[in-house]
Design a protein around this ligand. Structure first.
Ligand code: ADP
Ligand code: MG
Length: 561
């Protein structure tokens, strides 16, 4: 096949431009990205061979190799992993499959400062393209394990790339960067220096479980020197806390999550005994943009005795903790274990319960010890955590304890239920809330009038999931959760006889009007009654205590029910 030239997708081209005129100051991380891809490729090949022994691939010495050539000014990262077919190269490298990319680029344009832009880039994992921060040309040669022909991809990071088949490519992938001139003022170092490479690998990729080797250039007259292994390959989760620096933990987080930012918290958990496991979990500092899409990938990886088994393992944490990233390394599982088996395994279920409790208690610690961290956590993940109020009855109290809500009590400080209860007025039995689309629309609703007039605090719930969990949960510490938009609300106290008499008198007085209204609106409503909940507005629409709210009604209608 002759060399073919292709145009990058518009989005890919825009990202490349960003990389080239990089907003990212720390340019050396391109090496981490390439090593990370190589490591993934080795994991994938191992697994594929494990599942299918007939696969024609050599797995005897899986490793990563870094070659530098000072004269040619090139740096090559090579792996003998799974590789890619011709079509895969076009799909994986030539396009950006991520549907959120358009949103990303828009947000990026709006990002005011460099830090914001860096953060956004991290969120969208532009891994491979980051090579263009250091290179003016990249070449990738790859052969998929089991296939006989290889593929070469080249690009100068402008608008096009080329693809051609190659007959004699070795198994796996090599990525060669033709380096830009070093420019230390711009954080662009000399990446042909073995010393620099050692330092970068040590800093970002030490924990990679495959050997990362470098062959130093022979000094004059020497025979070819022995390759040197740059990383310790020690699994961070198996090492004791005081042996590992925070930076090392963070690099592992970045490798697993494809996020370039620091995590909000690192959680270590180890269990000994009949079912031994070690785990390192990370709470990210930002919610990924696709957290609420159906094919959101969870981030907990399963290892068995240091061997990577699967990404995205849903049996390890409940869905409402799907934003948690990390590693669980279990000692007594088969390397061949399947997702179905994991779902049913009693030990895995026990492990899930323990990990869940640990994450929730960590959030509780944020709350009691570090208000800023708690605020960040709740802003980013509060909505998804509330899903747990519906699905995880065992931990419902623990979730309620760390939940906070917008309230009429303060404009921008959310409140916990405990704080609400503390502020409740004498004689107030219930916790009042109202649901709606936004704080503003709720605050202007006529339902609020009487509460505002009497100074009674109302929780303002604006997430879709709020409508559902309040019904499922029903009460907090013996106090009912009551919607101020549903049923009859008697703010004057139930036993108040005078108010009752007054109301009866009014009812007689207005009987004619109410009857007329009832007749006119017969088709649309159940009942017309006098209400104590308004102070200014003449009328408002309420639903029965057990009716669906309008928003839910719309939702069910949209679902065709
Ligand atoms: P990510 O790693 O976040 O998926 P990248 O841009 O780093 O994004 O890589 C894009 C895709 O290209 C990878 O998901 C992988 O499928 C493929 N790829 C990149 N490098 C390699 C490699 N060394 N071996 C095999 N596939 C690779
Ligand atoms: Mg990558």
């Amino acid at each position: 096949m002759p060399t073919e030239t292709f145009e990058f997708q518009v989005e890919a081209r825009q990202l490349l431009q960003l990389m080239i005129h990089s907003v990212y100051s720390n340019k050396e991380v391109f090496l981490r990205e390439l090593v990370s891809n190589a490591s993934d490729a080795l994991d994938k090949l191992r697994l594929e061979k494990l599942r299918d022994d007939s696969l024609d691939a050599d797995v005897s010495d899986l490793h990563i190799e870094i070659d530098i050539d000072k004269e040619a000014r090139t740096l090559t990262v090579r792996d003998n992993g799974i590789g890619m077919s011709y079509d895969e190269v076009g799909q994986l490298i030539g396009t950006i499959a991520n549907s959120g990319t358009a949103t990303f680029l828009k947000e990026l344009k709006e990002a005011q400062d460099e830090a914001g832009a860096e953060g956004l880039i991290g969120q969208f994992g532009v891994g491979f393209y980051s090579g263009f921060m250091a290179a003016d040309e990249m070449t990738l040669v790859t052969r998929r394990a089991g296939e006989s022909q290889g593929t070469r991809w080249t690009s100068r990071g402008e608008s096009t790339y080329t693809l051609e088949t190659v007959a004699d490519a070795p198994q796996g992938t090599s990525v060669t960067l033709h380096l830009k001139p070093a420019d230390p003022d711009n954080q662009l170092h000399d990446y042909t220096s073995p010393w620099k490479i050692r330092e970068i690998v040590k800093r970002y990729s030490d924990f990679i479980t495959w050997p990362i080797r470098m062959v130093p250039e022979p000094a004059d007259g020497d025979s070819t020197p022995e390759p040197e292994t740059l990383n310790s390959m020690k699994a961070l989760w198996a090492r004791s806390r005081d042996e590992v620096s925070d930076d090392e933990y963070h690099e592992l987080y970045k490798h697993i999550s494809h996020d370039w930012r620091e995590p909000l918290e690192t959680i270590r958990l180890q269990a000994e005994g009949t079912f031994e496991y070690q785990s390192l979990l990370f709470i990210p500092s930002h919610a990924p943009h696709d957290l609420f899409t159906r094919d959101f990938k969870r981030g907990v990886q399963l290892y068995v005795k240091r061997v990577f088994i699967m990404d995205d393992c849903e049996a390890l944490l409940p869905p409402y903790l799907r934003f948690v990233k990390g590693v669980v390394d279990a000692a007594d599982l088969s390397l061949n274990v399947s997702r179905e088996i994991l779902q049913q395994d009693r030990h895995i279920r026990m492990m899930q319960r323990r990990l869940t409790k640990k994450v929730l208690s960590t959030v509780k610690d944020f709350m009691t010890k570090d208000a800023d961290r708690y605020a960040t956590f709740w802003r980013e993940f509060g909505t998804v955590l509330k899903e747990g109020l519906l699905t995880d009855t065992e931990n419902r109290d623990a979730i309620l304890a760390v939940a906070s809500f917008a309230t009429t009590h303060a404009d921008d400080e959310p409140t916990t239920l405990a704080q609400y209860v503390e502020r409740m007025k004498d004689g107030q039995d219930d916790i009042y809330y109202i649901t709606g689309e936004s704080r503003q629309s709720i605050e202007n609703s006529p339902h609020m009038e009487a509460f505002r007039a009497k100074g009674i605090e109302v929780l303002l719930l604006t997430d879709g999931v709020d409508e559902v969990w309040v019904d499922a949960v029903g009460e907090y510490e013996g106090k009912q959760l009551r919607s101020i938009a549903k049923g009859e609300i008697d703010l004057d106290g139930k036993g108040d006889e005078k108010a009752g008499e007054e109301r009866e008198k009014q009812a007689e007085e207005y009987a004619g009007l109410l009857g007329w209204m009832r007749e006119r609106l017969e088709e649309d409503i159940k009942e017309v009654r006098l209400s104590a909940r308004l102070t200014v507005s003449p009328a408002c629409v309420v639903s029965d205590a057990h009716d669906l709210t309008p928003a839910l009604e719309n939702m069910y209608r949209a679902m065709g029910q």
